[in-house]
Design a protein around this ligand. Structure first.
Ligand SMILES: *[C@@H]1O[C@H](CO)[C@@H](O)[C@H](O)[C@H]1NC(C)=O
Ligand SMILES: *[C@@H]1O[C@H](CO)[C@@H](O)[C@H](O)[C@H]1NC(C)=O
Ligand SMILES: *[C@@H]1O[C@H](CO)[C@@H](O)[C@H](O)[C@H]1NC(C)=O
Ligand SMILES: *[C@@H]1O[C@H](CO)[C@@H](O)[C@H](O)[C@H]1NC(C)=O
Length: 207
């Protein structure tokens, strides 16, 4: 009996591991996701890394952008931003949802990321309003209204997830492949996120 239970437990862990892996590679969250908002978004893309999604409505005449960014990172922070200066972290005008483990709520902040060593909240160069964040059992979401320069059609988007350092301070994200490739030149009118880069096949030795 005991050995049967052990076997069952081992198998359960193994299957969860497998389905989590295939979920990361194939699941498209846009199709099934329900958001905690009364806004209806016309467009959603499954971003190519970190299981993140971006929903939006955009009026290119005025630059009015309503967005919802989601990612799953229980207990940690998630971030989304636009980088007017290039496809990289430095220069990103970011919105970060920070999880406070003492109150169990997420709070959104803006970050003007101008240094790797000191990543602290501060004003960003885009006017925005209605910045909110929510967390449920599965995912964290950031909602905002942003004003882009009228007639903008393409933006450098940058997103990320990472752990907390204590209850309120964000700690550095991991340097895994996905974390270092969470940038995309996004056409807000005709989005094409392509297909995710193939995951490196695990070496048999590592299993
Ligand atoms: C949606 O609208 C209803 C009715 O105005 C309101 O009670 C509810 O709090 C809103 N939900 C969200 C997530 O804003
Ligand atoms: C963001 O940081 C850069 C570099 O320090 C600075 O030049 C810029 O004025 C800052 N932007 C805002 C909106 O504070
Ligand atoms: C901000 O939220 C308020 C209340 O939900 C809503 O009435 C307003 O239209 C929103 N503003 C923008 C610019 O989305
Ligand atoms: C956590 O914060 C402390 C105090 O600021 C700092 O010394 C430490 O390096 C931080 N650790 C990480 C992992 O960021």
């Amino acid at each position: 009996m005991a050995s049967y239970l052990n076997f069952a437990l081992l198998f359960a862990v193994f299957s969860v591991g497998c389905s989590a892996r295939s979920l990361m590679m194939t699941e498209k969250f846009c199709k099934t996701q329900s958001l905690q908002t009364n806004l209806t978004f016309n467009t959603c893309v499954d971003l190519p890394t970190l299981g993140a999604t971006l929903h939006w409505n955009y009026d290119s005449m005025t630059g009015d952008l309503d967005l919802a960014f989601t990612a799953s990172n229980p207990g940690g922070w998630i971030a989304w931003g636009i980088n007017p200066t290039g496809l990289r972290m430095l220069g990103t005008q970011a919105m970060v949802a920070v999880f406070d483990s003492s109150s169990m709520v997420v709070t959104p902040y803006t970050y003007n990321i101008s240094s790797y060593s000191s990543v602290i909240p501060g004003p960003i160069s885009f006017p925005y309003s209605n910045l909110t964040a929510v967390v449920d059992d599965f995912r964290t979401a950031i909602f905002a209204h942003m004003m882009l320069t009228p007639e903008t059609t393409t933006v450098n988007t940058v997103w990320q997830v990472g752990p907390m350092n204590g209850t309120r301070t964000i700690a550095m994200h991991s340097m895994d492949y996905d974390n270092l490739n969470s940038v995309l030149k996004l056409d807000l009118i005709q989005p094409d996120v392509g297909s995710p880069a193939p995951a490196p096949s695990p070496s048999p030795m590592a299993m």
